[in-house]
Design a protein around this ligand. Structure first.
Ligand SMILES: C[S@@+](CC[C@H](N)C(=O)[O-])C[C@H]1O[C@@H](n2cnc3c(N)ncnc32)[C@H](O)[C@@H]1O
Length: 316
């Protein structure tokens, strides 16, 4: 029996998450190096409108954002991934001075930070491997200078949190950014469920591979013996809760051994993997207020698919 120790609490989260009902594993564990690469492939899919729409919004509103933020900005990004959108933001801002890139996925983060440092030689780039669902402290010298502070949280990653978690996250982020600090947040909008269902269950099966990678990761890091192919990826819009729910569903009866623990699955048993909450602009402004931010501006694409919110911390 292989009992390889998982990292970053993955082992504990898998064992605890499969021992309770409903079974659930936090979505942050989707992002190992393989998961991050699969996510980047998702962002290129026809069905996945959020990335291209948010990029177009950023391109169109960059000048207005730069004007409001002012010169010499110090940018802190939460869950930066490939930093594709960050490149647009830093290029639009007037002489940004620092960029702190936060992510749980270590290797993609370090690679991305090296690329950013080469692209923006006048910006102090600081990668930080950290979990933004926990209390966060920036390295003391990361935010040198006295330029305005701008948090950046694109990709509707805030939608992966329940509303109460999103509120708590905004409060923590507000403490990191300080009173008067701004936050630019990408938020997916409520829309035709057919668009949502397709975005989270694409024809090529890339999203399914991304979600199943959680089991592949458990096999690799924890010595588990999941047969990932026997778990179906299922995503659907739950209108009552205002979220897309993503589960892995056992396609047959099976026993799985993980780090010396046994788990029985009947056909149809589910593991909850991720929620993606969608908000109207008004709902999100209300949530931001509960999280200690006032809305300063909102940009929405012509098809009303995605929104970009510029918030300012009230410090209370
Ligand atoms: C939905 S992707 C968005 C990536 C990128 N910001 C974009 O807009 O395309 C979420 C990103 O947040 C990171 N992430 C997820 N949960 C995290 C957590 N709890 N703490 C830090 N990073 C996290 C993932 O590794 C991934 O890079």
């Amino acid at each position: 029996m292989n009992t390889v120790q998982g990292s970053d609490g993955f082992r504990e989260a898998v064992l605890a998450g499969l021992s309770v009902r409903p079974r659930a594993i936090p979505c942050k564990y989707l992002y190992d190096a393989e998961g991050s690469a699969l996510f980047d492939r998702i962002t290129e899919l026809d069905e996945y409108y959020p990335t291209r729409t948010e990029i177009a919004l950023l391109a169109a509103s960059g000048g207005a954002i730069a004007e409001r933020v002012g010169p010499g900005a110090r940018v802190v990004e939460f869950g930066c991934g490939s930093m594709r959108k960050t490149r647009l933001l830093l290029a639009a801002l007037s002489g940004p001075s620092a960029y702190v890139a936060i992510d749980v996925a270590r290797e993609p983060l370090l690679l991305g930070a090296r690329r950013m440092a080469a692209l923006f030689p006048d910006v102090a780039v600081v990668p930080l491997v950290a979990d933004f669902t926990r209390p966060l402290a920036l390295p003391p010298d990361a935010m040198g200078g006295d330029g305005p502070v701008l948090g950046f949280f694109p990709g509707s990653t805030i939608g992966n949190m329940r509303p109460d978690e999103a509120r708590a996250f905004l409060r923590r982020a507000g403490r990191v950014l300080g009173p008067g600090g701004r936050m630019l947040v990408g938020v997916d909008l409520i829309k035709d469920p057919r668009l949502l269902d397709a975005a989270y269950d694409d024809a090529q099966g890339v999203t399914a591979a991304f979600i199943r990678n959680l089991l592949v990761r458990a096999n690799r890091e924890l010595g588990a013996d999941f047969d990932p192919a026997t778990f179906d990826h299922r995503a659907w819009w739950n209108a009552r809760e205002g979220r897309v729910e993503i589960h892995l569903v056992a396609g047959r009866r099976q026993r799985v051994e993980i780090a010396g623990h046994r788990f029985a699955f009947r056909r149809g048993d589910v593991i909850h993997v991720e929620d993606c909450y969608k908000y109207s602009p008004e709902q999100f402004c209300w949530l931001a207020r509960l999280g200690g931010f006032e809305s300063e501006a909102v940009w929405i694409d012509p098809d009303c698919l995605f929104s970009l919110h510029l918030l300012v911390s009230t410090g209370c």
